[in-house]
Ligand binder design. Structure first.
Ligand code: FES
Ligand code: FES
Length: 168
């Protein structure tokens, strides 16, 4: 029985190792925030993070996830307080919502890699499909997170400079 480490918790999962990770997450572990869309690696609704990188869980077999940290939307924060989730709410990004778990995890991975992405970098990274057409709002929400990150960093530097100045 394979052991998967999902959202920080390791557990033995009673599934074949050749099963797509998506079904192990949804059916064996009850993590239904990860969605099935196309099943052929095209839509991204099933996106999860494997060691921090976005992967389409419909096309990853369980044995490929063994030994890696799997993060699903349920593991991003216990209460929707992750900055990307908050930006999604503030920007009223979701419409039907079906694609949004995958979108949010793809955005989290992008912002970890590229904290201040350009529109072109967002478009290149966010290859998931949204049939409701939320792409503009997704782009705006990602910029919002990037701006907040930059503002926090600037405030931190100003605080450090002030402290250093006070000591000198
Ligand atoms: S369900 Fe996996 S990419 Fe569409
Ligand atoms: S919000 Fe409906 S598919 Fe994206």
């Amino acid at each position: 029985m394979p052991t998967l480490r999902v959202n920080g918790v390791a557990s033995s999962v009673p599934v074949p190792t050749s099963m797509p990770l998506l079904w192990a997450l949804r059916d064996a572990l009850g993590l239904t925030g990860t969605k099935y869309g196309c099943g052929v690696e095209a839509c991204g609704a099933c996106t999860v993070l494997l060691d921090g990188e976005p992967e389409r869980s419909c096309s990853v077999q369980v044995h490929d996830a063994v030994g890696k940290a799997v993060t699903t939307i349920e593991g991003l924060s216990p209460d929707g307080s992750h900055p990307v989730q908050q930006a999604w709410v503030a920007g009223q990004v979701p419409q039907c919502g079906y694609c949004q778990s995958g979108m949010i995890l793809a955005a989290v991975a992008l912002l970890r890699r590229t904290p201040q992405p350009t529109d072109a970098q967002i478009d290149a990274a966010m290859r998931n499909i949204c049939v409701c057409g939320t792409y503009q709002r997704i782009r705006a929400a990602i910029h919002q997170v990037a701006a907040a990150t930059a503002a926090t960093a600037a405030a931190g530097s100003a605080g450090s400079a002030g402290t250093a100045g006070a000591r000198s």
